[in-house]
Design a protein. Structure first.
Length: 256
């Protein structure tokens, strides 16, 4: 093998070792690197590099990121979405998905930066506002979180998650009436989500509306019998109503 070709092969092998992106991108790079030495060398380089990579199509790489995220392998999900974005840097969904993975890794600044890019590419992208609001909430930036959740709701009034998230933000600020109003909307849109009832129950409990709190905790338990905190908080509500027998029963169920 001529020295020049051997040198390029070494550089390409080093560059793409462990690459998880589309093989098509590697072929293009090889072609650019070796344009001056001819098609035969391009073919050789692809043969040398191919065993080092996962030969995924761009869409495969995107789906790999979704699967990795669902498996809670957030680092791999980020790597896959990053590889896909090298192929298509204008895909707003890929930025939003990578932002969600960053958020779950508590890397909120990167999550927000990805959402900013997703929104620049698609200004009416409700999910990206919702994701950015969640990252801002996790940073304790309540005003920005509420603004983003409100934009998500404006763009998609059927988004139960945005109402739930805005309700959670209001709850964290002790604005219980606003929280309850948002949880009401979330429940209207998605009546089978135990978390909505549980969190509305917390808001009612903090307002000392114990009957309403018990009703919400009971609804949450019907939907998710394994929600231990719903038993515990219902027990607290019963305790505050001096219904000690039911309180003890709920506390026992919470720790079983």
């Amino acid at each position: 093998m001529p020295h020049k070709v051997r040198e390029i092969v070494g550089e390409v092998r080093q560059l793409f070792r462990g690459w998880s992106g589309p093989l098509l991108s590697i072929r293009r790079v090889c072609q650019r690197l070796c344009a001056q030495v001819g098609r035969a060398v391009v073919v050789l380089l692809v043969a040398v590099v191919s065993p080092l990579v996962r030969a995924d199509t761009p869409l495969d790489t995107f789906h790999n990121g979704v699967k990795a995220y669902n498996d809670k392998d957030y680092d791999l999900a980020i790597a896959d979405f990053s590889a896909y974005l090298r192929f298509d840097p204008n895909d707003s969904a890929a930025y939003n998905n990578r932002a969600i993975a960053y958020d779950d890794k508590h890397d909120y600044a990167k999550a927000i930066a990805d959402c900013d890019q997703a929104i620049r590419l698609k200004p009416d992208y409700a999910d990206a506002y919702n994701t950015r609001g969640t990252a801002s909430l996790h940073q304790g930036d309540y005003d920005r979180a509420i603004a983003d959740f409100s934009d998500a709701i404006r763009l998609d009034p059927s988004d139960a998650a945005a109402f739930y998230n805005r309700g959670t933000t209001y709850y964290d600020q002790h604005e219980y009436d606003k929280a309850i109003t948002n949880f009401d909307q979330a429940i209207r849109l998605d009546p089978n989500n135990a978390d909505d009832y549980y969190n509305r129950g917390n808001a009612h409990s903090d307002k000392h509306e114990y009957d309403k709190a018990v009703a919400d905790y009971s609804a949450a338990i019907r939907l998710n019998p394994n929600l231990a905190m719903a038993y515990f908080n219902r027990g607290n509500a019963y305790n505050d109503q001096h219904d000690y027998a039911r309180a003890i029963a709920d506390f026992s169920d919470a720790i079983r």
